[in-house]
Ligand binder design. Structure first.
Ligand code: PBG
Length: 329
């Protein structure tokens, strides 16, 4: 048959396949989320995320070392205070000796080469589990901004290299930017969870962080997953307020949104493969129903192919290994 164009020619040799590979990944683009709990000598498996642990500050080094050995240099810190340290205002989130502040200080001292990112939110610290200060049963947007700004400043004071607000309050990037600048941190970047949907895929995280809302849900602040144009508006707003990096979250069921934002912004873009995505793959693998390595690679490549520059994943260590072994193209 006379065929002028034969796409298979470019697939004919492994070297050529690699040469024309469109999605190339590097461990420097990976971020690992770590849960730090109050207390000492704790390494406790998270029941809904087999293979993931909560660490106390004195033991988190075990994990950070493991990450560094596999080539993961970026870590996002989440603090889990004791129930008795939670209050309606989430004040533990900006306590100088709060759990995440202690973790950041220790990490800066023991792992200075690691890039420390801090999640800015209140749901782990509020007694009601919502991501802000309540007024009746609603989260009061503007009062919450003051707290978020305080949290971000305290995290940077403790050693965070970057802050990542995940609360979804309107105007928080501007509020945090202003507070950081006023405190002499004008060079500290903000990675905004710009496009964060109200998602069932956060379920295991809320177990891990003990942060499920005590009543209601997060639909008055997190986005409706039916909406795509709204994602563009959120991303544009955060960019205008001074976000340095944008994020889409979750990743796996939202590749269309990652691509949409990629096409509309020149800013670096992160995709967060959330706890439910990890749990689904891990659970199916443990049951013998899916090949974990292939599934993890496929899901990650999808996010990068969709346009993500940065991939936040509980499989970061595994992914770094696959990348180093040339398994990902
Ligand atoms: C805090 C926060 C959440 C996640 C990241 N930051 C939970 C939520 O919004 O309920 C979810 C991460 C994951 O599921 O892996 N607001």
């Amino acid at each position: 048959m006379q065929l002028e164009i034969r796409p298979r020619r470019l697939r004919s040799h492994p070297a050529l396949r690699r040469m024309v590979c469109e999605t190339r990944m590097d461990p420097s683009s990976l971020v690992y989320p770590i849960f730090i709990t109050e207390g000492t000598n704790i390494r406790q498996e998270i029941s809904s995320m087999p293979g993931q642990y909560r660490y106390s500050v004195d033991r988190m080094g075990e994990k950070l070392e493991e990450l560094a050995d596999s080539g993961v240099t970026n870590v996002m810190f989440f603090g889990i205070p004791l129930p008795e340290h939670k209050d309606a205002a989430g004040s533990g989130a900006y306590a100088q000796d709060g759990v995440v502040q202690q973790a950041l200080r220790r990490a800066k001292q023991d792992f200075p080469q690691m890039y420390r990112m801090a999640d800015v939110c209140m749901c782990e610290y509020t007694s009601h589990g919502h991501c802000g200060i309540l007024c009746g049963n609603e989260v009061d947007n503007d009062r919450t901004l003051e707290s978020l700004a305080k949290i971000a400043v305290s995290q940077v004071q403790a050693g965070a290299d970057l802050v990542a607000p995940s609360d979804m309050m309107d105007g928080r990037v501007a509020a945090i930017r202003l507070a950081l600048d006023q405190n002499g941190y004008s060079c500290v970047p903000i990675m905004s969870y710009s496009v964060k949907y109200a998602s069932a895929f956060y379920g295991p995280f809320r177990d891990a962080a003990d942060s499920a809302p005590a009543f209601g849900d997060r639909k008055t602040y997190q986005m409706d997953f039916h909406n795509r144009r709204e994602a563009s508006r959120e991303a544009a707003l955060d960019a205008k307020e001074g976000a340095d990096i944008l994020m889409v979250k979750p990743a796996m069921a939202y590749a269309d949104i990652i691509r949409e934002i990629r096409n509309r912004t020149d800013l670096p873009l992160a995709a967060y493969s959330v706890s439910g995505e990890y749990a689904m793959i891990r659970a199916a693998a443990l049951a013998g129903w899916i090949q974990e390595e292939q599934a993890v690679i496929e899901a990650a490549v999808c996010a990068y192919r969709a346009g993500a520059d940065i991939y936040i994943s509980y499989f970061a260590k595994e992914l770094a290994t696959y990348m180093a072994e040339g398994k990902m193209g």
